[in-house]
Design a protein around this ligand. Structure first.
Ligand code: 1AE
Length: 405
């Protein structure tokens, strides 16, 4: 058998003959028609024909409950070595054709060879920060739209003083006259240096890379020349191929954090769209995201735990021949959630919070410190209530947000 990429789907239908349906997808998305072809043409077209690998039917008496998991192999010869071509082949028109969800893709070795993956990945990010023995902590800039550079500098400094390892722009901060990207980088990196004199810590600032696609690479270089040491990128609004272009550009020498904005339009339905472990896990990693943000099972935007851990697995899975991307479960995270993150994600995670840092009653720096205290407690199996007795920052955080069990 030549090189094939294999797609796994879940198709819902109370009556369908799923074997026939699978065959019709395999033919329809490749050669178009098969049985009508003259024998001589079949021999010529066979290398382009999709192959049904598996159909597992799950019967159910509950209306709407019957489904089948279908695996179809698509010949690499049919598509160029880019994610748009693959996605359009396996799930382009099909995504609009009834209740069907794309669950997974097994890439062929040949297809994967076109993707260098993340430049830094988990190990590279840890090396840049010099932190190898604890979960990392990221703070999200909040209230930045309409603010000027002095305000941003002040906000950045307070976040950095809290002992965070990374600070990311809010994803809704675009190119604007008050805080253009290179000026933003200059003032924030300056604040990072000042904070570092006090904390002794290194810090990555993921500045939001925005604007028309044709100008993204030059914007990234502008930011890097101004001192940027990381980028944030809204991958799904641009497409995976744009991330791939940026991450494989040799001049873009800093890690890229992938923001999941728009993902809610694609993964949450049981019946439609693309499963989260593929959307925010495997595809982000193959396209070159060093860090991937996604909702957690515990915060304000909730993803079911099993699905969440499958996203984590897809980002770290050692069987994929590219570097691991760092999992960043996000949204509504506060210090009282940290023991759950530690239990489910362990060491290799970024704890990421916006409101859970800035909303701290003692201020932003105390917000970061409360997280660091919570991380230390969780790692040493110390209940947060006990740790809080010696740390007013943690004590006030759990008084405000509680401890999630
Ligand atoms: C899932 C992405 C989370 C994000 O980008 C963000 O801004 C979260 O903010 P908080 O922590 O919920 O305030």
């Amino acid at each position: 058998m030549g090189n094939y990429c294999v797609a796994t789907y879940r198709s819902f239908d109370d009556k369908a003959d799923f074997h026939k349906k699978a065959q019709s997808i395999a033919v329809g998305l490749t050669v178009g028609s098969w049985t009508e072809l003259p024998e001589a043409q079949k021999a010529e077209m066979e290398k382009h024909l999709g192959i049904v690998k598996q159909v597992n039917v799950h019967e159910s008496d509950v209306p709407g409950g019957r489904y089948a998991d279908i695996r179809i192999a698509y010949p690499d010869i049919n598509f160029s070595r880019d994610i748009p071509a693959l996605l359009v082949t396996i799930f382009g028109k099909l995504s609009m054709d009834g209740k069907i969800k794309l669950l997974d893709i097994d890439f062929s070795e040949d297809f994967l060879a076109a993707f260098p993956g993340p430049k830094f990945g988990l190990q590279g990010i840890r090396d840049l920060l010099g932190v190898h023995d604890r979960p990392l902590l990221m703070s999200i800039f909040k209230s930045v739209v309409g603010h000027d550079l002095d305000n941003l500098r002040e906000q950045f400094y307070k976040q950095a003083l809290g002992g965070v390892d990374l600070i990311k722009d809010d994803e809704i901060l675009f190119e604007n006259p008050l805080t253009p990207i290179e000026k933003r980088v200059e003032v924030c990196m300056d604040a990072a240096r000042k904070a570092s004199e006090q904390t002794g810590q290194k810090l990555l600032y993921a500045v939001n890379l925005t604007g028309p696609t044709s100008q993204l690479a030059s914007q990234a270089l502008k930011a890097i020349n101004a001192g940027a040491n990381a980028l944030l990128f809204n991958v799904l609004s641009y497409g995976y191929d744009v991330l791939h272009e940026l991450s494989s550009n040799p001049d873009i020498t800093v890690p890229i954090a992938a923001h999941p904005a728009l993902a809610g339009a694609l993964y949450p339905s049981q019946h439609y769209g693309i499963a989260a472990p593929l959307l925010l896990g495997k595809l982000m990693r193959v396209a070159g995201a060093d860090l991937s943000l996604f909702p957690s099972p515990y915060g304000s935007v909730v993803m079911p735990k099993e699905e969440n851990l499958a996203v984590r697995e897809a980002l770290l899975d050692p069987s994929l021949p590219v570097k691991a991307s760092v999992p960043v479960p996000s949204a509504g995270i506060h210090p009282g959630i940290v023991p759950l993150i530690w239990k489910d994600f362990g060491l290799d995670v970024v704890v990421n919070a916006g409101g859970g840092i800035h909303g701290h009653p003692m201020g932003t720096a105390a917000g970061g410190q409360a997280f660091r205290q919570a991380i230390e407690a969780a790692m040493n199996n110390v209940p947060l209530e006990d740790k809080a007795k010696q740390h007013p920052e943690l004590e006030q955080a759990i008084a405000l947000w509680g401890i999630k069990k």
